[in-house]
Each structure stands twice: as structure tokens, then as C-alpha cells.
Design a protein around this ligand. Sequence first.
Ligand code: ABU
Length: 543
Amino acid sequence: MDFKECGYSLANKEQMRKTSALTFQSTEKDAKKDTHFENLMTNLSNAYASDLLPFKDGKDLTECFLLQVVDILLHYIKKSFDVKSKILDFHHPHQLLEGLEGFNLELSDHPESLEQLLVDCTDTLKYGVKTGHPRFLNQLSSGLDVIGLAGEWLTATANTNMFTYEIAPVFTVMETILLKKMYEIIGWGETEGDGIFSPGGSISNLYGILIARYKQYPEIKRKGMTELPCIVLFVSEQGHYSVKKAAAILGIGTDNVIEVKCDERGKMIPAELEKNILQVKRKGQTPFCVTATAGSTVLGAFDPLQDIADICERHGLWMHVDAAWGGGLLLSRNYSHKLSGIERANSVTWNPHKLMGVPLQCSAILIREKGLLEACNQMQARYLFQPDKPYNVDFDTGDKTVQCGRHVDIFKLWLMWKAKGTSGFEAQINRYMELAKYFYKVLKKKDNFKLVFDAEPEFTNVCFWYLPPRLKHIPKGFERDQELQKIAPKIKAQMIEEGTAMISYQPCGDKVNFFRMVFSNPATRQTDVDYLIDEIERLGKDL
Ligand code: ABU
């Protein structure tokens, strides 16, 4: 690996020397210090992790090494935002396993030098995917927020655990404050609201279903499933697969998850839900929970939450809302009405790492009734949750969770909220919605693109097919679908090979592979949207 290529270069060493010098007063004494730093820099090839702090003379070398790491990261960040740079330098898994240009992922018995570690850091980024690139449109979570990144650095430096106030005093209080803010935004009353940040939307959905079951059958905690009737839950056919996964994990069984039919936009049909509930009851089974979706993964659909809440009330069912993707829309005064009825939910999943652009991962499970989370999960481990601590042990939140150790996901969100204010998130989210409308309008005018649903987008998801000229004249039907389903994967494979853009595709129901455009990347502009359309045409026209 050439150091210049990877951003770790002699020029960087020079810059590093200057940066280091800036941190000291320019005095003669410090000139000596500069020389000392220069020597350290040139000696990184002979220095090892064991020479860094807490090694007793490791302070300067630690500074040198970390400033170099920052330099590598800055180089990468600048490249990520440079529209001309490639999003990725694609290699197959076997190539990474075999090793690339000196980038060896195998581990040895012997320590590597600090210089080699810097090269490895650079290579790790070089062969990764720049998810902050303006043309990275592949995932619901994308973008590179500099404040969020600073939050992650600080979090990693603090390296603590969320389970007790004792070792995470600031972070546990921050979590309390943010959860309260989220309950208020959802529309829960002052005495309502409980929650926890969890390791992702699937786990938050798992919590929702776990707590729903516990509320109905608290004896499950001691006696297990043997005491329960056959319990059944409902989710739309466009709902997230994590609901089925949760049913499998919780011993409910995937057969006892009923997928409710959706309308043509992907919204759960309330009458179908009620019909399914009655059918289940007639079979002698016991409905207990409905998971509604606010922002479905592929189509971006919002289930009719008010109607679903009415049905849940009528049948005494727990209403969980999976707003992992759509929750952020609550911050927009223009669009929050799409989640009307969420205030009636018993629990909500909301992932700030999606629409709000917080670095992965950052997901909240919010439960309307206080005390249930703890009652369901509490094990009172005496070595950790001693009741006779010298502070209010309500802030020892670790016994609310299914985990023991819990990562600090809160600080980056808190810092970003400080930096943007609620209005900053709102402006960012409104911009995504405008971009989605723009994209839809452009596609609508093009006869070689076909929208999966031809109406203004409900959310930032815009789903579409590209039709190469040879397919345009084949009538709609089986024969055309057979060909059409190969188009998106081929275009995407070529895009990845060239590293020009990234967008996802999938089949859905009876619809063969189509592209899903999604806006959640703050770096994306209208020009990138135009570029993507041209790029799909360029790569697809001869297919
Ligand atoms: N629900 C997980 C995220 C899926 C996506 O990014 O497409």
C-alpha cells in the first residue's frame, strides 16, 4: 500500500507536525518539542501499542498516533462528501479473505507496528462503503453527520456502560431527558411514558411484543409459555420481518403471526385486520397484539393508526407502532399528521439512526405505561443493582432491559439535537420529502421509467422500474416480468462495480425486482437525483 494513496503520507506527517505544534505555544522550548514529535512520527514503524498510554512515557506517542488517525478520518470524510469520488472500491469476499495489496485481515501472534496499524485503518476505510457519499441511497440509514461522529468519538473514549448511573451518570440522565422529549412528541400525557434505547429496530420491536405479552400474561415471566393459550399477533404484509423474528424468539411461533392484507399503497386495511382478529377468535386462539407500521421499509407506507387503534380498543389488544423509519416525521409540522393516532399506541419503535441521520445505531422502544419494562425484565442482580446506593437508583436503568451491558447510543443523538435544535431536524426531513416529490415528478415524465405506485410519494421512498428500450414494446405480463426482474440487479451490479452510486432493489408481493429510492442522506442534492436517473439509463439501456 502506497502511503500517499491511502492518505497517510509524508505530507500528512508534515501537517501532523504543524497540528501538533499548534497545540503548544511557539516558543524555543516548543521548537525542541516539534523535533521530538518529528522523531516520534518517523519512528512509528518501530513503535507498538505497548508504547502508548498507559505506558509511563507514552503520552507524546499517543498524541502522535491519534492525530494520525484523525488525519486518516478527515481524509476519508472529505472524500465521502466529494461527489467525484467513488462510493466504493468493490471486491468479492474471497478477495478480502485472500488479502489485497498488503491489506491482510488475518491475525498473527506478534504485534504489528503503529505505522502498520495506521495503514490498516486506511485500508479498512478504502475497501469499505462511503455511506455519507451524496449518491449513497441504498439504506434507510445513511449519511455522515459530523456532530454525530464527534458524539461517537466521545462515547468510545468514555467507554462506559449504560446499565447504572454509577458508571454513566451523564449518559443515563441524557437518556431520561431524550426519552421524555420523545414521549411528548408522540403525544403521551405527562404521567405516561417509559422506554430504553436498544440495539436497533428489530430489538425495539421485540421489546414491544415482549411487553405486550407480559402486560396480558405477567405469569409468563416465572412459568413460561406452558401457562398461556395460543396467542396471536397481527402485522401488515408490508410490516418488517423483525415482527416474525420476535415471535420466533419469544416462543410464540411465526405461524401465529397473521399478515394482514394491504391496499395498493401498502397500508394495512383495517377491515381486513378486524376480519383476521375475528377469524382467530373463532378458531379458539387468543389475539393479543397488533403491530402497525409507520413508514414501511420498501414502500414507505403509513398504516391508518386511528382506525387500528379503534380496533385494538374494541378487542382489548396491545397496539405497537413500528415507526423505526417513519418516527422522525413526527418532527415535521408539515408531515407529522401521517402518524396521527400514534399517541394511542401502547408502544412505539423509533430509530433516530434512520430519518434523523444519527450515526448507527440509535433506536428507542417507548412504552406508554410506566413500570412495565422493569417489571417484565427485572432480575435484581445484586452485584449491579444494589438498592442501598447513595443516589436515586431509578436512574439505574439496566434492569429494564433484556441485555446486561448496554452501549451508550444516547450521546450522539443528544449532541445532534443540541446542534440542530428540533427545527434543524424538521428542516432536514422536510428537504428529504421535497426531494422525493422532485424525484417522482422527474420519473413521471420519462417513458422508460415506470412508477410502482403512480401518485405523489407518501414518504421519502419512491419505487420504480427502469425499462430498457427492448422491453418497452413487450406487453405487460409474464414474459415481460421474466425479463424485467433481471434488470435492476444487473444495473446495480454494474453500479457497484463502477462505484458511482448505490440504490437498493427488491421484489415485493407480485411485483418483480424494482428500485427503491429513499432519501435520508443529508448530502444528497437534486443534482445527485438527476445523476442517478442518467446513470440508470446509461447502465441499463442496452440490457
Ligand atoms: N429495517 C432495516 C433497514 C432496511 C434498509 O435500510 O433498507
